[in-house]
Design a protein around this ligand. Structure first.
Ligand code: GUN
Length: 294
């Protein structure tokens, strides 16, 4: 039987309905949740992500402002802007869209984001809290993957999750999140990466397989066990002369072949992407709600 298609778009839409209500309750108490975004340069993928974040914010009732800095901005100029948004009480969440120009150290910039406003969950304090299982803003893509699994009836609890990719944005924080002894987590996790020998031997052990490698068709059907749940985090632009934009988006999985074998799979686009944006909105609302708790 072909796999169930897990629609991130649908799961995200239902979470956004919940967020609209939470934003409305905050407004009754005189608080408009606010998100400040810093975008440097014109990288087309970054511009498109930031546009999706601004649109999502407006939809749920979050005030959003993007500070668009020129492509030749210095590290100091970017840090000054971070500091200005940190100090501005209209913003409960602040994020710097990555990647940054090659002369800028992204870790140094992230270190300047106020940990309380760090809605990406990238600040070292929040990374440490995540690993220790303490309350903190959860990085948006891992949080979105977890919520999509739980809300589609595929909770990772007690399952073997194999993650392909060890980035600081997806692979490492997703592993940290799913090994916690908490509802919606409590999984056995394997992380595979470019140093892994015989990748297929590991992927075939997965109850849940997460592809976050950043390469089209890196995961093929022979690497997937019958009945596996496959989450495709990849977003790759491949040339397509039939598309008006000249490209189309594909994930890291050979979707057509794997859907004949897997229990369930997420599409690209319409899978993890809308969830990532939605969890950013969730983190912003949560940051605003925390200001009420003092
Ligand atoms: N670039 C790619 N993914 C992300 C993300 O989750 N947050 C930010 N700030 N930049 C990104």
């Amino acid at each position: 039987m072909p796999a169930k298609i897990i629609s991130g778009k649908e799961v995200a839409a239902s979470i956004r309905e919940e967020l609209k209500e939470r934003a409305a309750r905050l407004k009754e108490k005189g608080i408009v949740p606010g998100l400040g975004v810093i975008l440097v340069g014109e990288d087309p993928a970054s511009v498109s992500y930031v546009t999706a974040k601004a649109k999502g914010a407006e939809e749920v009732g979050i005030f959003e402002e993007t500070v668009h800095l020129p492509a030749d901005s210095s590290e100091e100029e970017i840090i000054k802007t971070v500091d200005r948004l940190n100090q501005d009480p209209r913003f409960h969440g602040v994020l710097v869209q990555l990647p940054l120009p090659k002369w800028v150290n992204p870790d140094k910039v992230i270190n300047f984001i106020s940990p309380e406003k760090d809605v990406d969950g990238f600040h070292p304090i929040n990374v440490g809290k995540l690993l220790r299982g303490e309350p903190c803003p959860l990085p948006c893509t891992p949080y979105g993957v977890q919520q999509m699994l739980v809300r589609s009836g595929y909770s990772p609890e007690g399952k073997h999750v194999v993650i392909c990719g060890r980035s600081n944005i997806v692979g490492k924080p997703l592993a940290a999140l799913l090994i916690q002894k908490k509802p919606g987590a409590n999984a056995t996790v394997t992380i595979c990466h470019t140093g892994t020998r015989d990748l297929k031997r590991h992927t075939l052990q997965a109850d849940i397989l997460v592809a976050a490698m950043g390469a089209p068709k890196a995961i093929t059907a022979d690497m997937v066990r019958e009945g596996c749940v496959v989450i495709d985090v990849g977003v790759n632009r491949v040339p397509d002369p039939n598309s008006p934009k000249g490209f189309r988006l594909v994930g890291d999985c050979d979707f057509e072949a794997i859907k004949e074998k897997a229990e369930a799979i997420t599409p690209v686009p319409g899978g993890v992407g809308p969830m990532t944006v939605t969890m950013l909105l969730m983190n912003t609302i949560e940051a605003a709600e925390r200001t009420l708790q003092g």
